[in-house]
Write a protein that binds this ligand. Structure first.
Ligand SMILES: [Zn+2]
Ligand SMILES: [Zn+2]
Length: 172
């Protein structure tokens, strides 16, 4: 989804878009509902809006897929790529506002939305806070059933503590 900056009228351009965005390269695109407003000041474009979607993430403990709702707002200022004033100006921007660049006459909205969604999802997603993960020996999903391996399962949340205990034991 690209928007030609010269098609942005004086009063701004407002659009509601259903945008398929590929968050994870080996999955099908997630549909993102985007509400966007573009304002043009000469060659500078202010893009603000909101995005709502549910992305399918893989739990970092049990490796199961789970739906993760994302609801975010963004505000980004675009300047033409190679505009030498921009670097100097950047110090004036507040941290809340992102600064982007566009090439030619078009701004890639899909790319912007993808970036925003990626920033909003957790780096190490968990299907639930108390996810027990999988057994490191037999691979059983410990959320669904316990396995018959010797019960030396370490709760991943306590793992650092176990390490600490080990260190103490070694010192003795
Ligand atoms: Zn999980
Ligand atoms: Zn096991």
């Amino acid at each position: 989804m690209r928007i030609n900056i010269f098609e942005i009228p004086e009063e701004g351009l407002e659009q509601d878009i259903d945008l398929p965005v590929i968050i994870n390269n080996d999955r099908k695109p997630d549909n993102v509902f985007v509400r966007i407003k573009l304002l043009r000041f000469g060659t500078k474009i202010l893009v603000q809006g909101s995005a709502k979607t549910t992305v399918s993430l893989q739990c970092s403990r049990c490796l199961n897929d789970f739906p993760c709702p994302v609801d975010l707002e963004f505000r980004e200022e675009y300047t033409p790529l190679g505009d030498t004033d921009t670097e100097r100006d950047q110090e004036l921007y507040d941290d809340e506002m992102g600064v982007g660049f566009y090439e030619g006459d078009e701004i890639d909205i899909a790319e912007l939305v993808k970036e925003q969604v990626l920033l909003a999802v957790p780096m190490k997603p968990l299907c639930k806070n108390e996810c027990k993960g999988i057994c490191s020996k037999c691979g059983a999903d410990l959320n669904e059933h316990s396995c018959t391996c010797k019960d030396d399962h370490i709760d991943p949340r306590l793992a650092p503590l176990e390490k600490y205990k080990e260190l103490l034991n070694r010192k003795e």
